[in-house]
Design a protein. Structure first.
Length: 276
């Protein structure tokens, strides 16, 4: 099979623990793009405005005909001018309901509009992570989202490094989360998107737009919010550091972990057919 598109998760997959793209990944991605015409598509829970440094590293920033799936598939953008092709956000009232429930729990809360990240109840663990990620963040002085009533909301998430604690909240939220897609990522986030939004749906829409058969796509990831994309793609690849459920669901698990070049390994093996 000649694969034409690679959709890759960012954190804990494409990026190392310092939130930087390893040199081996950069080299093999650029080689696949230039020599084989492969589309390399970051598929991330982050907003498209928050991955510009990574696109710069990969040589894909502001490039026509190159794309990003962001907000867990909630947005499809062309890199040239960050042109929005599709956007499926969460309604303000639903976001506010989830936000107000979260204020009563032991969680840090992220609210994403189409272009800005707002963080409430910042935890020590999240402050440390953000220091490495170098994201532009707004920290509202008051615990309210009312000022966002007329904004375009993408998603909301809870953060706590105790994932079983986050998962224990879901059964208590069944009334609140009607109309939502709930997923988990980075061993610290519980994410809420609009129902029907996930990376798999986003991948299918992009493949259709580009005239690429879904069988000709590769998806690579490490966590639960990648599962829909991994199930959809022609070939599913788990990072060596992926959670066990993801590894079990995938066709191939890399020997490399995210610090050693997960994407480099899959490109060598499945695009250039080199022995690993």
């Amino acid at each position: 099979m000649e694969y034409k598109l690679i959709a890759s998760d960012l954190d804990e997959t494409l990026l190392n623990d310092d939130h930087v793209v390893p040199e081996s990944n950069i080299y093999w991605i650029q080689k696949a793009v230039k020599e084989r015409g492969v589309k390399f598509v970051p598929a991330t829970g982050r907003g498209y405005m928050q991955i510009l440094p990574e696109l710069t590293q990969l040589g894909l920033k502001d490039m026509e005909g190159e794309y990003v799936l962001s907000f867990n598939g909630g947005a499809l953008t062309e890199n040239k001018g960050n042109r929005i092709i599709e956007f499926n956000g969460l309604g303000f009232d639903k976001m506010k309901e989830i936000f107000e429930f979260g204020l009563k729990q032991d969680v840090c809360i992220h609210v994403y509009t189409n272009d800005t990240l707002y963080i409430y109840n910042l935890s020590e663990s999240e402050a440390e992570r953000l220091k490495h990620q170098k994201l532009e963040v707004v920290y509202p002085e008051e615990n309210t989202v009312d000022f966002l009533k007329d904004s375009t909301i993408a998603k909301i998430l809870y953060q706590n490094v105790d994932v079983p604690y986050l998962m224990s909240l879901e059964p208590k939220m069944t009334d609140i989360t009607k109309g939502c897609a709930v997923s988990y990522s980075s061993n610290r986030y519980m994410e809420f998107n609009k129902e029907g939004v996930d990376k798999g749906v986003g991948l299918q829409h992009l493949a259709d737009k580009l005239g690429i058969k879904i069988e000709e796509t590769i998806a690579v990831g490490d966590n639960y919010n990648d599962m829909a994309m991994l199930e959809k793609a022609g070939l599913s690849v788990a990072a060596g550091n992926a959670v066990e459920d993801v590894k079990r669901a995938c066709d191939y698990t890399t020997h490399a972990d995210n610090n050693e070049g997960v994407v480099a390994e899959l490109i060598k093996k499945f695009i250039f057919h080199e022995d690993i």
